[in-house]
Ligand binder design. Structure first.
Ligand SMILES: [Zn+2]
Length: 325
């Protein structure tokens, strides 16, 4: 924007036509591809307004195809005038760019979304109590809310289903974990994780006893392992767990600076955090669109994810030596 300058931008509708890196997603880094593309949607309206734009359009953040717009959170800065912002499909972004290359393009925006007043909502929490250390907790989780365009089957009913299935598997196998395994369905991930922040505040005094937290929030594709925000020395402890997960192709443990959004408040407090790491080649084609529906979920792959989650959770809940801190 600095290169374009205020003179070029002021009074105009700005189109951010940044392509989602589909190749990066195919290489197993779908979340990272998303992160580098999503800044245009999350911050674009602030920065464009700063340079005098009257509105922004953002190329949908995702793999494209099917001419679907992808929604998602858009930030504003109270110090900078709030301008309208809308997502356009990948196909329409290309169309606008093509027309703009030939000459002046005019657009009239009709944007209907509105922010309703805040209301009270809840995380849903359930414990399978530990036999020896019920006060020590391993969280398995997904988030309960979703964007309204689709049904949120992939983002993130799948994660909630995995967490519920993980505990159900422990029960069905009649295993007795030494520590508590806690299922959490977080509320409000899509609007900044207020549920997760409220949990961290409410359980502030108990976070030292949170052995680890696991969330799945990258769809329901075949799991290849876990993204882990843990201490370096903890990697060695995880290698036998990884060896078990290898049997289903889910043995990868990739150190990351941050995992899933809902785990951020816990990670800040020093709780080791794990995000399920799925094959996300197609996830961002459907993410935050009207096509996020249950037909996109392959039941066998959902089951693989539940299996990966329960192996990790049970290992953490039952290990004789703690652990990762
Ligand atoms: Zn999500």
């Amino acid at each position: 924007l600095e290169a374009l300058g205020r003179k070029q931008i002021a009074g105009k509708i700005l189109l951010f036509n940044n392509r989602f890196d589909q190749r990066m997603a195919a290489q197993g880094l779908g979340g990272e591809a998303y992160e580098q593309a999503v800044v245009f949607r999350s911050r674009g309206a602030i920065d464009a307004s700063y340079f005098g734009a009257v509105a922004v359009l953002v190329r949908s953040v995702g793999g494209g195809g099917y001419r679907l717009p992808h929604t998602g959170i858009t930030a504003y800065d109270p110090a900078i005038p709030k301008i309208p912002a809308g997502a356009v499909t990948a196909e329409d972004a290309d169309l606008i760019a093509g027309l703009a290359a030939r000459g002046k393009v005019q657009a009239r925006l009709v944007l209907t979304p509105q922010s309703l007043p805040e209301t009270t909502s809840y995380n849903v929490v359930a414990d399978l109590k530990g036999t020896e250390h019920p006060e020590q907790v391993v969280i398995v989780s997904g988030h309960l809310d979703s964007w309204d365009l689709g049904t949120g089957a992939l983002d993130d009913a799948a994660g909630v289903a995995m967490a519920m299935a993980a505990v159900e598997l422990v029960r069905r196998l009649d295993l007795r974990p030494r520590r508590t395994i806690r299922v959490v369905a977080w509320m409000g991930e899509e609007c900044g994780s207020p549920g997760a922040w409220a949990y961290a505040k409410q359980h502030e005094g108990e976070l030292a006893h949170h052995v680890a937290a696991i969330e799945s929030d990258l769809g329901a594709g075949h799991p290849v392992g876990f993204k882990a925000k843990i201490k370096d020395k903890a990697m060695a402890w995880l290698s036998p767990v990884s060896a078990i997960l290898d049997a289903q192709g889910a043995g990868g443990i990739r150190p990351v600076d941050g995992t899933e959004a809902d785990l951020t408040p816990l990670a800040y407090a020093g709780v080791p955090a794990f995000g399920l790491w799925q094959d996300s080649r197609t996830y961002f084609n459907f993410h935050h669109t009207a096509a996020d529906t249950i037909d996109k979920i392959v039941p066998a792959e959902l089951a693989e994810n539940a299996a990966a989650m329960v192996v990790m959770a049970y290992a953490l809940a039952n290990a004789t030596e703690p652990l990762l801190r």
